[in-house]
Design a protein around this ligand. Structure first.
Ligand code: 6PG
Length: 223
């Protein structure tokens, strides 16, 4: 079930998302010593990553937290288009986290090899993420699962390559978590802001983000 929680302001949404992550991470670390989280691209997550990096908000046990990327564009890691670069700029470069805790996709490989290697890394590590963070694109995509594409039919693989999307920018090949991987996560939080996303949330159309089985959508009309 998708449950939408509404906020009056962008700051209230970010603050709540940050506190949810803090709560989930502290609970996971105290019960099993580790918290695994998949990160998303987009401008809303960028603000959340800054919140997480701030010690006044949370003195996090970074050595017990492992980050993966729910999707990544196959561009160099220092590219303006790289989700890794955005996460690094807003979070990783501001905290002290062991390098082995950041599971960065190998973007220099062929798309098929990059996806296969990332799947192997996830299978070796554990396929049930404590938290997967997602966004919603203007075309209703989530992670890099685009509308009316074969990626939505994948039943076996955990990570796949997708060709450059025709419904969203940038038109660059990507790798992405699949629905079977996403839907087994312990928790899924989707961040969405603005009028365009409001229309998607309230439309009867079957957009990719609506194929997520259980998630909380944190939403504000304000950007
Ligand atoms: C992509 C984007 C995309 C993003 C949404 C929401 O690769 O196409 O990263 O998936 O999640 O466009 O972005 P905002 O948070 O900026 O609305």
């Amino acid at each position: 079930m998708l449950k939408t929680v509404n906020f009056d302001s962008f700051d209230a949404l970010i603050n709540d998302a940050g506190k949810r992550i803090k709560f989930l991470a502290e609970a996971a670390v105290s019960s099993k010593g580790i918290f695994t989280m998949a990160l998303a691209g987009g401008s809303t997550p960028a603000a959340l990553y800054l919140w997480l990096s701030c010690r006044e908000n949370w003195n996090a046990p970074w050595d017990k937290i492992h980050f993966f990327w729910g999707d990544e564009r196959l561009v160099p890691l220092d590219s303006e288009l790289s989700n890794y670069r955005m996460v690094n700029e807003n979070l990783l470069s501001k905290i002290s986290i062991p390098p082995e805790n950041t599971h960065i996709p190998e973007v220099s490989l062929s798309p098929e090899q990059a996806a296969a290697d990332y799947e192997t890394e996830i299978r070796n590590f554990g396929t049930v993420f404590d938290l997967i963070l997602l966004g919603i694109g203007p075309d209703g995509h989530t992670a890099s699962l685009f509308p009316d594409t074969a990626s939505l039919q994948e039943k076996q693989k955990l990570v796949i390559t997708v060709p450059p999307p025709t419904t969203a920018q940038p038109a660059i090949p990507r790798i992405t978590f699949t629905l079977p991987l996403i839907n087994q996560a312990g928790n899924i939080i989707i961040l969405a802001t603005g009028e365009e996303k409001y229309q998607l949330l309230n439309s009867p159309d079957e957009y990719p983000f609506k194929m997520i089985e259980n998630a909380e959508i944190l939403f504000t009309l304000k950007k």
